[in-house]
Design a binder for this molecule. Structure first.
Ligand code: AR6
Length: 177
């Protein structure tokens, strides 16, 4: 599914984010940038050790913030590592932190002069964020950013399985009416 937000394209696809050819892909990392399971593990194993070498130098990324490294052996030139919140019932500022993770990633891409970026469903795996809510927050953050900035021309959400794709497409249909 694909929609236009001003001059930019917002696309939802089902697939593996390590295959993406956008300027950057986003990793759902942890604060210690130590690597892990899920999309984090997939990105480090496909991208090779150069990514972890830069993560070690950076050392830390607070929840809701983002840092950037090489894309190593990936097709994407850069990996933007962001840290979504662990979901603890929804009353611990999770929504603002998740929104911030997307916004800070987009800001970093803009600062680097990048035009295209791919996101996974941040916090929607190990970190336990309810899928429909995670989708609404993610899409709202991207749409708001694209309406306020005109440098990024393509935002892709690369959803790993059918259930995640359906949650995002359901949320997008509601948001754009
Ligand atoms: N491409 C796209 N999406 C993927 C891929 C892939 N190759 N693999 C998994 N997903 P998660 P989180 C989806 O758990 O919830 C790690 O250990 C997955 O189906 O990767 O933010 C980190 O080190 C889900 O929809 O990230 C952190 O400690 C989404 O990616 C912690 O997990 C996010 O799931 C972060 O947890």
């Amino acid at each position: 599914m694909e929609v236009k937000i001003d001059k930019a394209i917002l696309a939802l696809v089902q697939g593996d984010i390590t295959d993406e050819e956008t300027d950057a892909i986003v990793n759902a990392a942890n604060e210690g940038l130590r690597g892990g399971a899920g999309v984090d593990g997939a990105i480090h194993s496909a991208g090779g050790p150069a990514i972890m070498a830069e993560c070690r130098k950076i050392g830390y990324c607070p929840t809701g913030q983002a840092v950037i490294t090489t894309g190593g052996n990936l097709r994407a030139r850069y990996v933007i590592h962001t840290v979504g919140p662990v979901y603890r019932g929804g009353t611990k500022g999770e929504e603002a932190l998740l929104r911030s993770a997307y916004k800070e990633s987009l800001k970093l891409a803009s600062e680097k002069g990048l035009k295209s970026i791919s996101f996974p469903a941040i916090s929607a795996g190990v970190y336990g964020y309810p899928l429909a809510e995670a989708a609404r927050v993610a899409l709202t953050a991207a749409i708001d950013y694209l309406r306020e900035h005109d440098d990024i021309t393509m935002v892709r959400f690369v959803l790993y399985n059918r259930g995640t794709y359906d949650a995002f497409s359901g949320a997008l249909k509601k948001l754009i009416g």
